[in-house]
Write a protein that binds this ligand. Structure first.
Ligand code: C5P
Length: 258
């Protein structure tokens, strides 16, 4: 069974590229943030914390408002379990979800095929399916601790190659690795989603491999995931607008150089 692997990507302005991580403890708090950001932000990430607190019903509720939802549960299990979880994510109406690329090609291929078949059969839009490479809170020491030598770049390159060979739409990685990923994946439509974004004024929190919003755009990130710098700001809406301005300025600079 084959289905269109690539979802046509339409990235018109910076708003399309900003994903706000709703890392909060309840649906009520998340709803307030979404309402505050209405008209400024159109894509939200629901991760382990909010999913554990508010569940799938919150995911489908948010998706039903027309917002794009990135379900960031980083599935890592046997192929059957991950592909079935992917089908449930698609049923909830998510726009994007992810799996750990280190779960291997059999798991990734089965997920992409089974979710693709399900979406075709059910007349649902195919979510973008993304492989997590190395978490932005990890560095070479973290990898060495779990028995992976050779450094972050080498491992990210290996996982990015495996991800594209398995038919996924892209990867989650640090902006620092965009260059190495583009050098090993010869496909301009391959998506790179980058967390670990920090405006110059913000602290790094637990992130170790960070970059500013403007620099991540200039490097060629397709989607920037930003959590605490926006949701923990005194005025999240103002902060989101400030970040969008930085992203826009960087996009315009990049296009004027072409
Ligand atoms: O608050 P902050 O901007 O650091 O949030 C980053 C978000 O991106 C978190 O929700 C985190 O789970 C997620 N993430 C990450 N690194 C990855 C994949 C996802 O930080 N490699």
């Amino acid at each position: 069974m084959t289905y269109p692997r690539r979802v046509p990507v339409k990235l018109t302005d910076s708003r399309e590229k900003l994903i706000v991580a709703l890392d909060v403890e309840s649906g009520e708090i998340a709803r307030d943030i979404v309402a505050d950001l209405l008209g400024v932000v159109s894509t939200f990430k629901i991760g382990l914390q909010l999913f554990s607190a508010a569940g799938g019903s919150f995911v489908s509720e948010l998706a039903a408002t027309g917002a794009r939802v990135f379900l960031d549960l980083k599935f890592h299990d046997i192929p059957n379990t991950v592909s079935k979880a992917g089908i449930e994510a698609a049923r909830l109406g998510v726009w994007m979800f992810n799996v750990h690329a280190s779960g291997g090609s059999e798991m990734m291929k089965q997920t992409v095929n089974d979710v693709g078949e399900f979406c075709l059969k059910s007349n649902l839009a195919l979510p973008r399916i993304i492989g997590v490479t190395v978490l932005t809170s990890s560095n070479a020491d973290t990898l060495r601790e779990v028995g992976i030598g050779g450094g972050v770049e080498e491992y990210v390159a290996r996982l990015a190659r495996l991800t594209t060979e398995s038919g996924l739409h892209g990867v989650v990685a640090s902006s620092n690795e965009i260059g190495v990923i583009r050098s090993v994946v010869d496909d301009p439509d391959f998506l790179i989603v980058t967390p670990g974004i920090r405006p110059l004024s913000a602290t790094n929190d637990d992130q170790k491999r960070v970059m500013t919003p403007g620099a991540a755009i200039a490097k060629g990130s397709n989607y920037l995931v930003i959590g605490r710098p926006i949701i923990a700001a005194p005025e999240p809406r103002i902060e989101a607008m400030r970040i969008l301005e930085q992203m826009n300025a960087s996009s315009q600079e990049a296009s004027s150089l072409q």
